[in-house]
Design a binder for this molecule. Structure first.
Ligand code: UDP
Length: 318
């Protein structure tokens, strides 16, 4: 019997590349498509000799066709606040045009479709924790809007293809995720703190550090994606770890786990930085039997080798 074939847009990114691994382990043939704007070939290096795997360098803001596929996983987009503020127009384009093109591939081949959405759809939330039924509190013209509104639009297009074309779709709303293969310089809090702690630099806490985030280790996150992919749930599902920490607490964890003596330095809080974020995962628990297993301290320990190596490589290049 022919193996099932999946395409992963954004397949060279942090989450996209881990998803490729999980699909290959699950017996799929996998095509990763990426224009390498923020994705990296290094994330896929270990798959170079895998005959079930293929990489196509392509910008999906143009129509694309990689041949028959049974599943489209649409993960292409800059995702860190630093990346999407540098690449604002590209972020809006990939969320809109790119999503249409990815959906058109699924429609053409009668494939299933799963899109990576985000807790950014909730903006600076007034409801806490955030349930999927919460419509969000988003500034449509602020600096984060290029990502937030692109993702909200991409959810709307996905639901439209589900309604009008009867496409078999899924939407995952991803909360802060961390782990190996995060780009050292993508500006997100875990790579920043890890890098600063390992170099003995000051940890940059933005604002008073009392804003909260709920961090999910990448393996738990990917397990949630795979379960959702195999479910028949078209409505958005939060996949994230409900254990909530202040950013100051996160800094202290990083200092403890790295054994670093770095000090903390406070810097200005970026505009529209959400005060709090925590997923309500009742829906994922009930529909997918999913919940995260790895707590923050364990996940940071599991990530340490990767960050050590990344810092050493960066230092060697300089
Ligand atoms: N943050 C911080 N120092 C850093 C990077 C981020 O204090 O060096 C804060 C940021 O202001 C936010 C939280 O950490 O409140 C998470 O930021 P990140 O960029 O990782 O993702 P976000 O959840 O904002 O998309």
């Amino acid at each position: 019997m022919n193996k099932k074939r999946a395409v992963v847009t954004g397949g060279a990114g942090f989450l996209g590349s881990h998803l490729c691994d999980a699909l290959l382990a699950d017996g799929w043939n996998v095509v990763a498509v990426d224009n390498l704007l923020t994705g990296r070939r290094a994330n896929l290096e270990h798959l170079e000799n895998d005959s079930a795997f293929e990489f196509v360098e392509k910008d999906i803001c143009e129509p694309f066709d990689v041949g028959r596929v049974d599943y489209v996983f649409h993960f292409a987009s800059p995702a860190s606040p630093v990346d999407y503020s540098i690449h604002g127009i590209e972020t809006l384009k990939v969320g809109s045009l790119g999503t249409f093109h990815a959906l058109d591939v699924a429609h053409k081949y009668g494939a299933k479709f799963l899109i990576s959405s985000t807790s950014e759809c909730y903006g600076d939330p007034l409801e806490h924790p955030q349930k999927e039924t919460y419509w969000g509190h988003v500034n449509p013209i602020g600096p984060r809007s290029v990502y937030d509104e692109a993702k909200r639009f991409s959810e709307a297009v996905t639901m439209a293809y589900w309604r009008y074309h009867k496409l078999d779709t899924r939407i995952v709303r991803i909360f802060n995720t961390y782990g190996p293969r995060m780009q050292l310089n993508d500006g997100r809090v875990v790579p920043n703190f890890m890098k600063q702690a390992l170099r003995g630099d000051e940890l940059t806490v933005y604002g008073d550090g009392n804003q909260t985030r709920s961090f999910c280790y990448v393996d738990d996150e990917i397990d949630g994606f795979m379960r959702l992919a195999k479910s028949d749930q078209p409505l958005p599902v939060n996949i994230g770890n409900p254990n909530e920490f202040t950013i100051l607490e996160c800094a202290k964890f990083v200092l403890e786990i790295t054994g670093s003596k770095s000090k903390i330095r406070h810097e200005a809080l970026p505009q529209d930085d959400p005060r709090q974020r925590r997923p309500d995962i009742t829906r994922a628990r009930r529909l997918l039997g999913w919940e995260p297993k790895i707590d923050l301290a364990t996940g940071l320990r599991l990530s340490l080798d990767y960050f050590r190596k990344a810092v050493a490589e960066e230092t060697a290049v300089k």
